[in-house]
Design a binder for this molecule. Structure first.
Ligand SMILES: Cc1cc2nc3c(=O)[nH]c(=O)nc-3n(C[C@H](O)[C@H](O)[C@H](O)COP(=O)(O)OP(=O)(O)OC[C@H]3O[C@@H](n4cnc5c(N)ncnc54)[C@H](O)[C@@H]3O)c2cc1C
Length: 478
């Protein structure tokens, strides 16, 4: 089944026209990384073929090969900006589909490290919508691109070429699709290590952290007036001592999306009573209260995420020319930090810039791609996520050096966000990948002073942090 480009749908690609280098590029995977990559490739290749083994819905809807699409998906401000570059007017389109917008600090509330973070505006945009609406909006734009063809229900079974250069892909059934460039966006369950080793390619080193995270999610009806206070989302973050958390977000279709999550065996159940009981174990009652009053519109869906995984292609001496891994196939982040979509969109923009510079996917371009992405996009996001994953005592895997100090400082920053709105805004910018994590080191004295103030406020008799007698431990142990 083929979806051909069709400009008559009224959506056009606003990426500045560039000269095409000709030939055919093939993208493996029509999820967010594949679709955003195809968008930039359409400016460089005469023909872009996107192959996906799934059936892609004609409207926003769940699909089999992306089971995560039933669960909460944050769109970071950096990702939103990257998508706006690719698809001008994208945010407006999401809003027209029912997304809610606001400021990440003023319209989102975060309970972290035993207290509420400040709520003064941070100047960082928040867009709250479902993953299915987001993917649909992207797919709609890509389907409308001239020269892009999406072939669904088409399974890739291997790569063609040699250890030094990839020339195409093999499909189930034996057909071969030739390509001047293959972009592998087959996600975190990719098979490309096997595909590359079949051609004798050197495989990248991998590293990761086993967190054994379970998500359980339900959509509920949102009544008029439910967000009259302007709060479109609340996060009750997990802490090292609790190892579980949850969030509620107002999303398209006048619905609330509630996701509960637990690490290392503290898994939220899939039955209604167990789900609600789990919500009641969180240190703040907002989510449990919502579950108690709102009408469910879906069953509870669960997904288990065992481990984050990064592939270090940038360390290979000679990665094969004409092949790039992108999105989750390059690095799968612990989903709790909401980074995957935004990283994929940032990577797509970087791919466009590098093809501009190099002209074609030569060996030099491929090396440049992996080095650039590792330094500017994946590296900083990985550092943030790993920092929090390793704060959990039961996490296993490739523990980076210096984690004890980093975990301690990250905790001081979180405490500081309870009392200092500038530090809160800075942390939001870092979490949204708008500033590198190292930015948080600059105001070190201010952070430490503010953290001390927060601890004092929490231990005062009327301290607002000491809710249900459970959180002093999280505030006080810094
Ligand atoms: C529970 C959970 C929650 C998440 N929450 C967030 C969040 O809050 N914010 C965020 O930004 N990110 C989040 N993520 C990550 C996010 O879903 C991904 O980063 C995003 O989908 C981009 O992934 P991708 O396109 O690289 O791969 P995927 O979305 O996994 O898509 C891979 C595609 O490749 C296709 N494919 C695979 N193998 C083949 C083959 N052999 N032949 C043909 N097609 C194939 C599949 O059908 C699929 O369409 C979450 C992930 C999980 C698991």
């Amino acid at each position: 089944m083929t979806m051909r480009s069709d400009r008559s749908r009224g959506t056009s690609n606003p990426v500045p026209a560039r000269s095409a280098h000709g030939g055919q590029a093939v993208v493996l995977g029509a999820s967010i990384a594949g679709l955003t990559a195809a968008t930039v490739l359409s400016c460089h290749y005469d023909h872009v073929v996107v192959l996906d083994r799934d059936q892609l819905p004609e409207r926003p809807g769940n699909r089999r090969e992306t089971p995560q699409d039933r669960h909460a998906h944050a769109l970071l401000a950096s990702g939103r900006d990257a998508l706006e570059i690719l698809f001008s007017g994208f945010t407006e389109e999401l809003v027209a589909q029912g997304a809610l917008c606001g400021d990440a600090a003023a319209n989102g509330r975060y309970w972290q490290a035993g207290g509420w973070r400040r709520t003064e505006p941070a100047g960082v945009p928040l867009v709250s919508t479902t993953r299915t609406a987001l993917e649909y909006a992207i797919r709609r734009r890509v389907v409308a691109l001239r020269g892009v063809e999406i072939r669904q229900q088409t399974t890739v079974t291997g790569l063609c070429g040699t250890a030094t250069g990839i020339t195409g892909v093999r499909l189930a059934g034996g057909d071969v699709v030739d390509a001047a460039l293959v972009v592998d966006a087959t996600g975190r369950r990719h098979r490309s290590d096997q595909w590359l080793s079949e051609l004798g390619c050197e495989l990248p080193r991998t590293a990761g952290a086993t967190v054994d995270l379970m998500y359980a999610t339900q959509l509920l009806r949102r009544r008029r007036g439910d967000v009259s206070d302007g709060i479109v989302g609340q996060i009750i973050a997990s802490t090292p001592s609790i190892g579980r958390g949850g969030l509620m977000m107002a999303v398209d279709g006048d619905r609330w999306l509630v996701t509960l999550a637990g690490y290392h065996g503290a898994h939220p159940p899939a039955d209604q009573a167990g789900f609600e009981a789990f919500a009641r174990t969180l240190p703040q009652p907002a989510i449990a209260d919502l579950l108690g009053r709102a009408e469910p519109v879906t069953a509870i869906a669960r997904i288990r995420y065992l481990a984050s995984k990064r592939r270090y292609f940038e360390q290979l001496r000679r990665p094969p020319a004409s092949y790039l891994a992108i999105g989750d196939a390059l690095c799968s982040f612990n989903p709790i930090y909401g980074q995957g979509i935004s990283v994929a969109a940032l990577e797509a923009n970087a791919l466009g810039r590098l093809l501009d510079r190099h002209g074609a996917a030569t060996g030099a371009m491929v090396r440049d791609w992996y080095a650039t992405v590792a330094k500017a996009i994946v590296g900083p996001a990985w550092e943030l996520a790993a920092g929090a994953d390793w704060a959990l005592p039961a996490t296993t895997g490739d523990r980076p050096r210096g984690m004890a100090l980093r975990t301690w400082y990250a905790r001081q920053v979180l405490l500081a966000t309870h009392v200092d709105s500038d530090i809160n805004a800075l942390l939001i910018r870092v979490h949204h990948l708008m500033a590198p994590p190292s930015t948080l080191l600059r105001p070190v004295l201010r952070v430490l002073r503010a953290a001390r103030r927060a601890r004092r406020a929490a231990s005062a008799p009327s301290g607002h942090h000491d809710i249900r007698g459970r959180c002093k431990e999280d505030v006080g142990s810094g």
